[in-house]
Design a protein around this ligand. Structure first.
Ligand SMILES: [Zn+2]
Length: 466
């Protein structure tokens, strides 16, 4: 991807909005300095100046962000993100797009910043920014004080800023005593609820896409319903779907990103399933529930590891280390050292420590009946210790071969009333079912949502993000 470079020079007098105008529409005659900063590290498209539509790498910051980034138009710069008031300081502003293999240091020095100043600015920025989250295509904006030069005669760096999300900007700003300080700006976006839906022709994905529902929202919807609906077999032409989700707009009403699904429904062969996003007050977990207050998720995953193969089942076998026949009270999954291991369900970690022949061992209590245990780990994931709360799918540790083990694998146990059972044959219990006061609270919430949904017009052709 060719880095997009905006070079603006001008006397910026105070008002932030002036800077915004300059950024949006740099006058050609104001572009004085065009340092050689278009050399992409990858060099791949350097000879194709028109090639600026390559999508940025997929990131987990949501579809909205990708859509905005992908346009590569002059960056949308809400007033609040613009540089601080610079009282008649002659400033240079450069915006550089992060290329493949770039580090922040590389980006800054490519833009002409002095190494020492870059280092100071990055050190400050790292208080609010994880350097590993730097994305290809992400824009970094540098502000130089053209009236002052650093010791190697390059213009002095006064500020670097990068947009983390459509509503979040991080910056390192020079302080009067010559150092840099971190700054985080979060825009207060207006939230608007959208209700969209349609009739399914062939697949939910296609029909939802045709209705203009953002891809990330469709994927979320499919995931939510995947515990109840067999998307391969159950969908018939004429089935219906609806989704009620959050959208965020700036002060001009421009939609900047999509939020979570609050409610969704599918009508399959005349039967409607509705699900509600709901946070249970007693444990603080947010999950999706059906109308009866039952979690759509199964409590436990059978295979709490991705891309692993079952290497040893549950039952009697000749022990590979001890040599005699012994009951194998779990199942083994062969996987490469360091493969992430996930919590099989929501719960509380009972133990995360060395445990005899189990080596590094984690045990999670899911409810009054079920626990799961994970052995021979190389190490525990950050924040996993006795008492910590984990969510289904959360990484709790990494495959290793600690304890009595012949090679890297995960030994996984499911315990019912503290006795190991075979995770492959057991009928796993359904997810949480709300009862008593919890169910009452849920029902009140559900009635609210039903009312809000009914009051929101159904859109069958949604406008996309601009
Ligand atoms: Zn085992």
């Amino acid at each position: 991807m060719l880095p997009i470079v905006t070079v603006t020079i001008g006397a910026i007098a105070g008002a932030a909005i002036a800077t915004a105008v300059l950024l949006r529409d740099p006058a050609p005659d104001a572009s004085v300095q065009t340092a050689d900063i278009s050399t992409d590290q990858s060099g791949a498209t350097a000879s194709q100046p028109d090639e600026k539509t390559a999508p940025p790498e997929i990131s987990d910051t949501g579809a909205g962000n990708e859509a905005v980034e992908a346009t590569q138009e002059p960056e949308l710069t809400p007033a609040a993100f613009v540089a601080p008031k610079a009282e008649s300081v002659t400033e240079l502003v450069k915006t550089i797009s992060v290329g493949k293999g770039d580090t922040l240091m590389r980006v800054l020095t490519r833009a002409g910043a002095n190494r020492t100043e870059s280092h100071e600015a990055i050190a400050a920025l790292n208080e609010v920014f994880d350097p590993r989250s730097l994305r290809v295509g992400q824009n970094v904006t540098l502000y130089f004080d053209a009236g002052e030069t650093s010791n190697d005669a390059s213009p002095s760096l006064v500020r670097i800023a990068l947009k983390e999300d459509v509503d979040k900007q991080l910056a390192a700003v020079r302080t009067p005593d010559e150092g840099f300080t971190a700054q985080e700006t979060v825009l207060d976006l207006d939230k608007k609820m959208v209700r969209a839906g349609g009739v399914i022709d062939s697949s939910l994905f296609l029909s939802a896409a045709q209705a203009g529902i953002p891809p990330k929202t469709i994927v979320d919807m499919i995931r939510i319903f995947s515990y109840d609906v067999d998307f391969q077999r159950e969908i018939q032409p004429g089935d219906k779907f609806e989704v009620y989700f959050e959208r965020f707009a700036d002060e001009n009403g421009q939609i900047l990103k999509d939020g979570v699904i609050r409610w969704a429904s599918m009508t399959l062969s005349g039967k409607t399933i509705s699900i509600y996003r709901y946070k249970t007050a007693d444990d603080g977990f947010t999950d999706y529930y059906d109308e009866k207050g039952r979690s759509v998720k199964k409590t436990l995953m059978r295979t709490p590891i991705d891309g692993a193969r079952l290497t040893s089942g549950f039952g009697k076998r000749e022990h590979p280390v001890l040599g005699y026949t012994k009951m194998h009270r779990g199942v083994d999954f062969g996987a490469r050292r360091g493969t992430p291991i996930m919590a099989a369900g929501n719960g509380i970690v009972e133990r995360a420590s060395r445990f005899g022949s189990y080596g590094n061992y984690v045990r999670i209590r899911h409810n009054s009946e079920y626990k799961t245990a994970y052995a021979h780990m190389k190490k525990f994931a950050k924040g996993i210790h006795a008492g910590s709360r984990v969510k289904q799918g959360q990484i709790i540790g990494y495959v290793g071969t600690t304890g009595r083990s012949t090679g890297p694998h995960l030994h996984y146990e499911v315990l019912l009333h503290d006795k190991q059972i075979n995770p492959m044959s057991v009928k796993l219990p359904a997810g949480r079912k709300l009862g008593g006061k919890m169910l009452q609270a849920f029902n009140a919430y559900r009635a609210d949502i039903d009312q809000n949904v009914a009051a929101t017009p159904l859109e069958t052709q949604l406008a996309g993000l601009k």
